[in-house]
Ligand binder design. Structure first.
Ligand code: GLP
Length: 230
């Protein structure tokens, strides 16, 4: 039986970013070669901006760390504005000065790259409004592998909001197996619209219907703002 997890609660999204940046900074200071699975989405952007400020100030160094892509739409060109690879590069890789990256092209290539890294040290994750992690859509069991899949209507809608135009119907995601094997997991959750799904993930039953519920099997840190929890 996996126990309940209580998040660290921050007053607002800005305080959340400070706390998350503190956590990530400590990890990379302890292990400069940190391999990091990097979520895009809105939630972690203030955290990445805060990390960039710390890098700029010379407080922390990510130059020997590796950024690993979490998910991507299928069938888009490299210069497509919706590219999640480019979003990760713009928001994390370039401003933090990383020189090593793993792009998610195919399940076989990705699995080999993760093995070469010796596994993931840290997975930075957001929480999908339907409980997904990356694009592990419900239902996703804990052994769901890296794969291509069709996005659910809920994710098509939430992802459309990023770009103001429709996103492709298909995606590739790092598997639940890869995410759950990370040595540390960090889940960032902000906003009242995530409150129900966050409570389901941390307090409800472990279920493929809420893929994030399986994070309780990992060395999990959850940082949420008050709107997402209380
Ligand atoms: C998206 C992405 C996830 C992201 C999640 C939450 O669909 N595939 O990687 O973490 O949903 O996004 P947001 O932080 O914008 O709420």
């Amino acid at each position: 039986m996996v126990g309940e997890v209580t998040p660290t609660i921050q007053a607002d999204a800005e305080q959340l970013a400070q706390a998350a940046a503190d956590f990530i900074t400590a990890q990379v200071r302890a292990n400069p070669h940190l391999s990091i699975l990097v979520a895009t989405g809105n939630t972690p952007m203030p955290t990445y901006a805060e990390l960039a400020r710390r890098v700029e100030a010379g407080d922390v160094d990510f130059s020997r760390a590796t950024a690993v892509q979490l998910d991507e739409y299928l069938g888009i060109e490299d210069d497509d504005p919706r590219s999640l690879w480019n979003w990760m590069r713009r928001s994390f890789v370039e401003p933090l000065g990383l020189t090593r990256t793993v792009r998610l092209h195919s399940p076989g290539q990705f699995g080999a790259a993760i093995r070469d890294l010796g596994g993931l040290d840290l997975a930075i994750l957001g929480l999908g409004p339907n409980g997904h992690l990356g694009f592990n859509e419900p239902p996703s069991p804990p052994d769901a592998p890296t794969r291509t899949l069709a996005l659910t209507p809920a994710s098509l809608e939430s992802n459309r909001a990023y770009w103001g135009v429709a996103v492709p119907a298909g995606a590739i995601t790092a598997g639940m197996d890869v995410i759950l094997a990370a040595r540390q997991t960090l889940l960032l959750v902000s906003g009242a619209h995530k409150r129900g799904v966050l409570h389901a993930a941390l307090r409800g039953p472990e279920t493929p219907e809420v893929p994030a519920s399986f994070l309780r099997r990992t060395a999990l840190t959850v940082i949420a703002d008050e709107a997402a929890w209380t």
